[in-house]
Design a protein around this ligand. Structure first.
Ligand code: G3I
Length: 370
């Protein structure tokens, strides 16, 4: 008995130490990549916040530039490309041997005004082709996968009316994938969208994937964005989404995971920002300004645990799980859909500390999940 007791005390520090050292990327190494985003705004990082970079390099093996490669930042004027911030993230990713996402080539959001002033359809088409060519070429051999087209669907599964649809026609998605493939046949190509748990929207995504495949146009993966909350979508809905999308035969990725814990006046997507202005500063919509209550912390922890149990169960279909952000301090959720709020959607808190949800994930028992 005494012997066992002594042995426990000798081994305890080593045990505690090895527990402490498990990172997210090590924990899920046999299942999928674990990603985070890096932003570029003045309140944030790249060369400004070393603590973020430390977290990203220690816990993650994939990175997505949250904004730097988007059209407004990479191609702000008709004939001007700016890659310095995207390049810094690329260098960081390569120094740390991380899987790098190119986000994103064709998206209706964050497109500079000059693009909508190109009135001639064939010139517009050429401009998009050149945009794709320039970005894919610039990051050839560095970006591992491009989100070629982002958020092309309405919630009812029809194509969203964007400038790309209007100017390039119904087959603009095919063209975008074709241009990306022609520029770099080795980089992986993905379609990325939110609300794919809604059956009609998911059907729309499957239609896009199958139509590309039928026409012999390469698509390697589909991204489920995963901007979710404490209750919606349900685990069953998430499971159906993963299973249905995987049945198309391409990789499924969770690309933008975060769990908002504060209330939202309307459904999360599709409402114009101006409509939320009237709620700014209203405590009803920003209830946890001075900290997250314990019961909400527990709910968040359980929600993350359940979600990851599901991801592990379907790890044969999922190649990557990326969190949209790194710490609660910098999440886009604090500014969306109502500006200036205090949300807690990620695994690291405002002081860069690991939250209980982080601990629950690295301590999960993965042996019984099937
Ligand atoms: O660049 C300007 C800067 O010059 C100005 O000083 C500052 C003042 O607010 O605004 C800056 O623009 C911000 C932009 O990010 C920077 O790239 C916008 O205000 C801000 O609204 C914008 O938010 C980004 C949002 O996409 C735009 O739609 C978020 O950071 C980013 O997390 C979010 O990411 C999207 C994914 O790309 C696609 N899926 C949904 C996801 C969440 O919305």
């Amino acid at each position: 008995m005494k012997k066992i007791f002594i042995l426990f005390f000798i081994s305890f520090p080593f045990f505690a130490c090895s527990q402490e050292k498990v990172s997210l990327k090590d924990k899920f190494e046999d299942y999928f990549l674990i990603g985070a985003t890096i932003n570029q705004e003045d309140y944030q990082i790249i060369d400004k916040d070393e603590k973020i970079l430390k977290i990203v390099s220690e816990d993650f093996n994939s990175v997505t530039p949250e904004n730097s490669m988007k059209w407004m930042h990479s191609h702000p004027e008709h004939s001007k490309f700016t890659f310095s911030n995207a390049q810094k993230i690329t260098d960081f990713a390569k120094e740390n041997d991380m899987y790098l996402l190119g986000h994103t080539l064709v998206w209706h959001n964050q497109v500079p005004d000059y693009v909508s002033k190109i009135e001639d359809k064939s010139k517009f088409n050429l401009h998009v082709k050149n945009h794709i060519f320039q970005l894919v070429t610039r990051f050839k051999g560095k970006v591992d996968m491009w989100d070629v087209v982002n958020e092309a669907l309405n919630d009812d599964g029809t194509l969203r009316e964007t400038i790309f649809l209007e100017m390039m026609g119904d087959n603009y998605i095919e063209k975008a994938f074709q241009y990306a493939n022609d520029t770099d046949p080795n980089v992986e190509l993905a379609y990325n969208d939110y609300n794919l748990y809604k059956p009609k929207k998911r059907k729309g995504a499957i239609k896009i994937i199958n139509s590309l495949k039928d026409k012999g146009i390469r698509i390697d993966a589909v991204g489920i964005q995963a901007h979710w909350d404490l209750h919606f979508p349900s685990i069953e809905e998430i499971e159906e989404t993963i299973v249905d999308l995987a049945a198309t035969g391409i990789d499924v990725m969770i690309t933008e995971l975060d769990i908002t814990v504060i209330p939202n006046p309307y459904e999360l997507a599709g409402i114009a920002r101006e409509e939320f202005k009237k709620f700014e500063g209203d405590k009803k919509w920003d209830p946890y300004q001075s900290g997250m209550p314990d019961n909400i912390q527990k709910k968040l922890t359980n929600r993350y645990k359940e979600i990851f149990e599901l991801f592990v169960k379907h790890h044969d279909k999922i190649s990557r799980v990326t969190f949209w952000g790194t710490t609660d301090k910098y999440t886009w959720r604090n500014e969306n859909p109502i500006r200036g709020r205090t949300d807690y959607p990620l695994l690291f808190d405002r002081d860069y500390k690991k939250k209980p949800a982080y601990k629950a994930l690295v301590e999960m028992d993965l042996s019984n999940i099937d």
